[in-house]
Design a binder for this molecule. Structure first.
Ligand SMILES: Cc1ncc(COP(=O)(O)O)c(C=O)c1O
Length: 462
């Protein structure tokens, strides 16, 4: 007879504790498949508990597929109960390797989070919570909270001179989520031209979402309108203000030519404005969205770069025709950003914290960038490099004069604990020039720079 000391169950209800002990006995093979369990009445009497309690435990185990009830015969251990039988304790899982620690990491989307005004964010969070559950626990519109959309709209108007009414803004869990939505909005099999080289997730997410990606090469101004016209693409996804990874800025005449393509073909341009707020010299060019008179541009941006990728909040501004389509076809998706974060971010924007944070970060990155560039320019390998940068963003290109292939440079870097990214890592269909590194500098500290140059010198040495 099954004998358990029920006093060991603590605050767990008896039926739950009994089910757990029987389940363990089944999983360890102590109760083999086909074994008959005591009747409910007999077990209840044996353990000094009610029949109803045993019944509840058996019902739970039956629902889990752990035991079977056979009419008029009783309960039996099931053949394929919950999982593999283990007669001995399981071996401890192999230790997880975890991400590699790099002494120098020049790749990846790290941002400097040390200056984020955590205290202000905490205060705004407490404020939202202390106002009671009303706003916080109310349903969130599928497009995102109205106050957040209003603040984004005001920010875009003030900061970028854009007209983006809250009614045409959709908030979502970062740029990736927007790509999924856009692929669904364009419909299955839609042909989308993307920049090559480009941010690989754009290709990955579109392809996985059923779109057909057409990688187009970049010339000095970005995607060429001729290449676009010669392709079957009906949509174009670009980052004209600071392309990742080349850093290209698409000049105004090229922007106009791309808009003409969209107007004439009834196509759409998705303007991925990631990396646009951090411009260190010169004036930013107006967004495509703000010079589009025909409603052919979807504008999208994210707080990943300016706050942190962990924020997972992005948004898009849809032109009227696509907004109508979104409301008709995709408005069943719940907004994937929790209400609390949306309320806090809305207040962060309305209280001016975001703009102040941006100004601080721009100053900080400008100074860090200048120190990083000086370190490269006075490094032992300074005579063999060319730096290609456009006074913007958190990355720049570095061309190295070497005969070593990228693969060998990467192996050498690996051995020194250095993580590098090459332009060729981001290309899809068109080979990128060799020996061109994409340097993401935001995660570096000034103190690290002398050692960084020493390590790179070893990697680059002939
Ligand atoms: C063009 C572009 N868009 C978006 C992102 C990241 O956006 P999110 O973190 O919101 O997915 C990146 C990151 O490198 C990018 O290069």
């Amino acid at each position: 007879m099954l004998t358990y000391d029920l006093s060991e169950r603590g605050s767990t209800p008896i039926y739950e504790y009994l089910a757990r002990r029987i389940r363990e006995a089944v999983l360890t093979g102590e109760l083999p498949a086909g074994e008959r369990l005591p009747s409910k009445r007999a077990l209840a009497e044996h353990l000094g508990i009610s029949v109803i309690t045993v019944e509840a435990a058996y019902a739970q185990l039956e629902a889990e597929g752990c035991i079977l009830a056979s009419p008029r015969r009783g309960y039996f251990v099931a053949e394929a109960a919950l999982g593999p039988r283990v007669s001995a304790p399981e071996a401890p899982p192999a230790p997880c390797a975890g991400p590699r620690h790099w002494e120098l990491d020049l790749r990846g989307s790290r941002v400097d989070t040390s200056r984020f005004p955590v205290a202000a964010w905490a205060r705004l969070t407490r404020q939202v919570l202390s106002e009671g559950g009303g706003a916080l626990l109310s349903p969130v519109p599928h497009q995102g909270l109205r106050p957040l959309r209003e603040e984004i709209s005001a920010f875009l108007a003030g900061y970028k001179g854009m007209s983006a009414p809250p009614e045409r803004i959709v908030v979502g869990a970062g740029a990736e989520f927007m790509y999924i939505m856009l692929a669904q909005l364009m419909g299955p099999g839609a042909a989308v031209a993307v920049e090559d080289p480009g941010y690989p997730k754009i290709r990955q997410v579109y392809s996985r979402s059923g779109a057909r990606c057409i990688p187009l090469p970049l010339d000095g101004g970005g995607v060429s309108p001729e290449a676009l016209r010669a392709s079957p693409a009906r949509s174009l996804h670009i980052s004209p203000s600071h392309q990742f990874p080349t850093g290209l800025v698409t000049p105004v005449p090229r922007r106009q030519a791309l808009l003409r393509w969209a107007e004439e073909t009834g196509g759409y341009i998705i303007e991925d404005d990631y990396d646009s707020e951090l411009r260190f010299s010169g004036k930013p060019l107006p967004t495509l969205q703000s010079i589009d008179g025909a409603g052919r541009v979807v504008y999208m941006n994210t707080f990943s770069q300016t706050i942190s990728p962990s924020m997972r909040i992005g948004y898009m501004v849809l032109p009227p025709e696509l907004m109508d389509r979104w409301l008709r076809e995709l408005d069943f998706y719940s907004c994937a950003v929790p209400a609390l974060e949306q309320h806090v971010l809305a207040r962060f924007l309305s209280g001016g914290h975001y703009e102040r944070h941006l100004a601080r970060m721009r100053k900080e990155y400008r100074s860090l960038r200048s120190d990083v560039l000086s370190a490269f320019r006075s490094s032992p390998f300074a005579g063999r490099i060319e730096i290609v940068e456009r006074g913007a963003g958190l990355h720049f290109l570095l061309r190295l004069d070497t005969d070593l292939p990228d693969s060998e440079l990467r192996d050498r870097a690996d051995a020194e604990g250095v993580r590098l990214a090459f332009l060729s890592d981001y290309s899809a269909a068109h080979p990128a020039p060799e020996h061109t590194l994409v340097i993401s500098y935001a995660g570096l500290s000034r103190e690290q720079l002398p050692r960084a140059m020493e390590l790179l010198d070893r990697v680059f040495r002939k």
